[in-house]
Every structure is written in C-alpha cells, then in structure tokens.
Design a protein around this ligand. Sequence first.
Ligand SMILES: Cc1cc2nc3c(=O)[nH]c(=O)nc-3n(C[C@H](O)[C@H](O)[C@H](O)COP(=O)(O)OP(=O)(O)OC[C@H]3O[C@@H](n4cnc5c(N)ncnc54)[C@H](O)[C@@H]3O)c2cc1C
Length: 246
Amino acid sequence: MARAAVPGRLTWQAATVAATRAETATARTLVLDVDGWTGHVPGQHVDVRLTAPDGYTAYRSYSISSAPGPDWLEVTVQAVTDGEVSPYLVDVAEPGDQLEIRGPLGGWFVRRPADPRPALLIGGGSGVAPLMSMVRAAMNPTRLLYSTRSPSDALFTSDLATARAAGDGLVAVTHVYTRVAPPGWPAPPRRLDADALSRVAWPRDADAVAFVCGPTGFVETVADLLVDIGHDPANIRTERFGPTGG
Ligand SMILES: Cc1cc2nc3c(=O)[nH]c(=O)nc-3n(C[C@H](O)[C@H](O)[C@H](O)COP(=O)(O)OP(=O)(O)OC[C@H]3O[C@@H](n4cnc5c(N)ncnc54)[C@H](O)[C@@H]3O)c2cc1C
C-alpha cells in the first residue's frame, strides 16, 4: 500500500520573516513564522536555507533562541565577516521575506524545562543563543555565565536583565568580559578561568548539568576547566558553533 509522505524534521519548510530585532551592531534576532511548527526543546537548532534568484542555495545551522511554542520561532545571528549566509540574515533580510528551514534538530544538547536538575549554562559570544531558549523556558534553578569581549558585544542584554529580575530567583546571570569591562566593573577584563567558574558552579553534590556553547576553542577550554574543578564529565554537554552547510 502506498504511503503518503509525512513532513518530518528533515523536510524543508517555508518560513516567513515576521520581524527583526537588533541585538548589537552586528547581530540580529529574526522572528520566523512557520505554518505547522509545533515547537522545540531548548537547545535545538534549525537549518536555514537561502535560495538566490539563479537557484543557488546555501544553508547554515542556527540555534533557536526563543522559548518553545507553536507557529513561530526566533534565531539570533552574529554576522561573520565575509560569511556567505550570516551577513544576509543580519543586514539584508526584512519582514515579509521567505526563507526555508528544517528542524528542530539535535537531541543531545537539550534541556527539557521540567528536568529537575539545576543547570549551569556557559556561553561564549553568539553561543548564548540556545542558552537563551533554556533561560526563557527555565522551570528549575538555572545559572548563566556569559562571556563576551565587551558589553556592546553582549546579546539579549535586556532580556537577560528581565529574566534575572523575574523575582523568583530561578535564573542567575553572571557576565564575564574578556577585553573591555564596563566602568566600575569589579573585575578586570579576563578570559574565563577556573576561579570564575568556581564562583558560579553548583556544589559537587547538586547533580547539576552543564551546557557549554560557543566557538570550538572556548567550548573545549571551558569543558576542561569544568572537569578540573570537579564537575562530573558525564553531566557536561557541549555545542560548537563551527562552520556548517554548503
Ligand atoms: C549547531 C550549530 C548552531 C549554530 N547556531 C548559531 C547561532 O545561533 N547563531 C550564530 O550566529 N551562528 C550559529 N552557528 C554558526 C552558523 O551555522 C554559521 O557557521 C555562521 O553563521 C557563519 O556562516 P556564514 O555563511 O556567514 O560564513 P561562511 O561563509 O560559512 O564562512 C566564512 C568564513 O568564516 C568562518 N566561519 C564560519 N562559521 C564561523 C563561526 N561560527 N565563527 C567564526 N568564523 C566562522 C569560515 O571558516 C570562513 O572562513 C551555529 C553552528 C552550528 C553548527
């Protein structure tokens, strides 16, 4: 008996740019309307495909930065100088434009909101994008350590302040600046080190899960440091924002 094709996570679907929001001078959030979108688990990503008028296509992976929900999602893109896809998404795409997406993708770097274990989220640069989805959906204690070069490079500044001030104490946010710190900041700019991690890490007996996301070097360094300070390696999940697609 012939079976009808069932659209799945690997099927390209039309997505309409519903709105855009500048996050920094070089990064932007795109709100995408997708018919039939049923939601995602925080941490998952989509592939975004662009098609030029001559039919040439290119796709790249982008983490979903919004909380789970039907019909729409958000991705937050940092422009990579001379990149093929990211400068288009940051500087050119506008409301009404059509893209294609497939997903949600990824089953390991995910935090189910009802998971009772405390979480330590550590993001470098645009690696905070999937962690922002986890923060937005958090139902259990969550600490975010966010490393950027300077305050003006930080994404989601006001959303993170709102999450921190939500009043229930569920979400704690700590910023680390590697090159330029704000005036009066208590610590000089520096790379994330064991000392900074120890200050935000959960106690060893807390059964915490760590999620580390960012450029490959950042992720590898932080994962090693977590093990050095006593975090169970089995409870460290990583995502590297390396080049993707074609
Ligand atoms: C699972 C996953 C999730 C991702 N989520 C996000 C996200 O939420 N937000 C986001 O901004 N990016 C994310 N990325 C990175 C994204 O997929 C692209 O790699 C990035 O946007 C660059 O694409 P491009 O076409 O502009 O550059 P390309 O044309 O592919 O590359 C141009 C040049 O930049 C270098 N390059 C490529 N990617 C990067 C990078 N990430 N950092 C530094 N240099 C790079 C290439 O080696 C090349 O030299 C994610 C990647 C993965 C694998």
